[in-house]
Design a protein around this ligand. Sequence first.
Ligand code: PLP
Length: 405
Amino acid sequence: MQRFDTGTDAALALRPDHPLYCFRPEVLKQDAARFMKLFPGETAYAVKTNGEPMVLKTLVEARVKIFDVASPGEFEAVRAASPDAEMLYMHPVKAQSDIRLALETYGIRVMSLDHEDEIAKVLRIVRALDLDPGSISIYVRLQTKGHAMYELSKKFGAAPGHAVELVQRLHRIGFKVGLCFHVGSQVEEAESYEQALKSADWVRNRAGVPLVGLDVGGGFPAVYGHDPNRKAKPMPPLEDLMAELRSNITEWAFDDMPLVAEPGRVVVARAFSLIVRVLLRKGRRLYINDGIWASLSDSWTGKITLPARFIPDPARRIRKGKAENVVPFKVCGATCDSVDILSRPFWLPETVDTGDWIEIGHIGAYSLSLRTRFNGFYPDDFVEVTTPFDGEGADGFASLETMAN
Ligand SMILES: *Cc1c(COP(=O)(O)O)cnc(C)c1O
């Protein structure tokens, strides 16, 4: 992979006409280490966030030893990155053949579920393989309520009373039992975790059986852009949120139990940026060569303002407007689909024009993993970059949220 100091250097040297991902392995290692330091338990990276081999390999180098997986494709990707990484199979609703594959071929011994019929499925395979249920930990997934940007609690999780029954049933069969929840993604306040801890405590007290651990899921927020037009509450620093989570864990007396977290976004968001080219400017609209069916669907779903840096093409001699006027541009994606328009504008100098580049920062989470081949577009070019996206100065781009604070 070619290496550059900055994304700007890469754009000016390569003049890419197709989207170009800038991978920052050192940033990824730093962010993984930062999370592991802040969380008082084990860290299991959520592979669905970004399962690229370069990401998994770099995380293994950063001493991440546990991975949260959900499918045979993810089992295989983790195994390829590390022969001895532990995998937690935390998808509550699994295919029977995948349960068998996990237990038999990949030696996975930790799973989650939220229904008695799933217990029956797992038990059938455990019996068929003649395994001791006592060698397997099953985490009962609890329903949660919160205000994540992406609310996932509607889909999975047992209500507290139901969870008590599941815990007791698993215990009677002889499985080791834990509790888990996942409060959503880009959760910018500790309250959602506290609510979930409170509910886990209720289930623990009612169930009255020994628990082997608590898995608090993912959802920890990454830093994105700041939209000057919106009066959103600024996001607290991750250190504050994690300090609050730690004190809630103590308050609800889960600090004497093995803990696991499954961070995705917070670990990998800063590790990639994406250089896109302006294919056409039409007034205050920019048509770019990527979009919601390729790298930008997560920002669209989550209505996230992405930090964007202007990289003017030096070959353009004449420009209209003033470079110091930063204004919002509506951004249209590469496909012919009329919904392929970003939900948030890019804030850029009003001089941006056809042929210029834009480096979109902090897109490591749910960008590469959600790419489709729709309309024949599939960005897949990579370079390595050493300087963090926010280390290059804040000239001419929508400011990062922390910088606006
Ligand atoms: C998606 C997911 C994660 C990771 O979520 P982030 O918001 O990226 O941290 C963790 N655990 C489970 C169960 C998930 O579904």
